[in-house]
Design a protein around this ligand. Structure first.
Ligand SMILES: [Fe+2]
Length: 283
């Protein structure tokens, strides 16, 4: 078998069954690359350990953060918040050779290549809320969050990031998100040739329509990335976060939701989570 570009997300290794799944992930070919599109887990040291061990097995591991990696839980000895937490995760990844959104984008030269694999960190700005705010408008900060929280409250929903994911030193996740999107756009514009984009949050609003509770949508992405799949030469857009694994197309571009999800979720579909999705590989 020739090498493949594989992708998985939402390993949520805090669950023993999921940790066992992550520990058992191994390449089918020595040339396999693995994209890990966020939500490995919450505990800093555990996230680093699992990414490092994956990097020792796969030819290359490419990681983008999810919201859970960015949580600062009182039980975690690593109390870093916001940007400092992200930068510390990047540092751990670099120590073990895991590619992050801050690194030079690697080029997949195997079957289906050459294709640049770009991990992206985009976060959210509440613009996916019902009715939809204009991307990046002034209300996307205080107003967007307040409206999203009010709608969630009316629906009896508790947005899990609130109080756990901190944006320091930014005043809000929306402000951090805007800077992340601007920085990513600068880098993506400089890429020649086709791309696989790999991030945690969906780049387009379409997938959030499948959420059981639409009130979670404001925490699921940003309208600022809504044209990336057509603006850049995107061969496939890998994401997770929604825990609704599937393949869809928007404007003819392949989107792959590659989440494992919680045991109660994958347990409804089978005795074990499926293997990582093949993004590129031999026909
Ligand atoms: Fe998740």
């Amino acid at each position: 078998m020739a090498g493949r570009l594989l992708a998985v997300s939402d390993l949520h290794i805090g669950y023993p069954e999921n940790r066992a799944y992550a520990d058992a992930l191994s390449p089918g070919d020595p040339g396999d690359w693995l994209i890990v599109a966020g939500d490995v887990g919450e505990v800093f040291a555990d996230v680093g350990f699992v990414l490092a061990s994956l990097a020792s097995r796969f030819a290359k591991v490419i990681w983008a953060p999810g919201n859970h990696e960015l949580w600062t839980l009182p039980s975690d000895p690593v109390a870093l918040r916001g940007v400092a937490r992200y930068e510390a995760l990047v540092k751990v990844c670099r120590r073990f050779g895991v590619v992050t959104p801050e690194d030079e984008f690697p080029v997949w030269d195997g079957a289906g290549g050459p294709v640049t694999v770009a991990p992206v960190f985009t976060l959210y700005d509440y613009s996916f809320r019902a009715g939809g705010a204009a991307a990046g408008d002034a209300a996307a900060d205080g107003g967007g969050r307040a409206a999203a929280l009010a709608a969630a409250g009316r629906a009896g929903i508790r947005p899990v990031d609130e109080g756990r994911l901190h944006a320091d030193p930014y005043p809000s996740a929306a402000a951090w998100c805007r800077d992340l999107v601007t920085a990513a756009e600068r880098r993506l514009a400089a890429v020649n040739g086709p791309l696989v984009l790999a991030g945690h949050w969906p780049l387009v609003r379409g997938p959030v329509a499948a959420l059981r509770h639409r009130e979670f949508a404001p925490w699921c992405g940003t309208a600022l990335t809504g044209e990336w799949h057509t603006r850049y030469r995107v061969r496939a857009a890998v994401y997770g976060h929604l825990h609704i694994p599937r393949t869809t197309r928007y404007d003819g571009v392949r989107f792959e939701e590659v989440s494992v999800g919680y045991p109660r979720e994958w347990g409804r579909r089978g005795a074990a989570p499926p293997p990582p999705r093949v993004i590129l590989g031999p026909e």
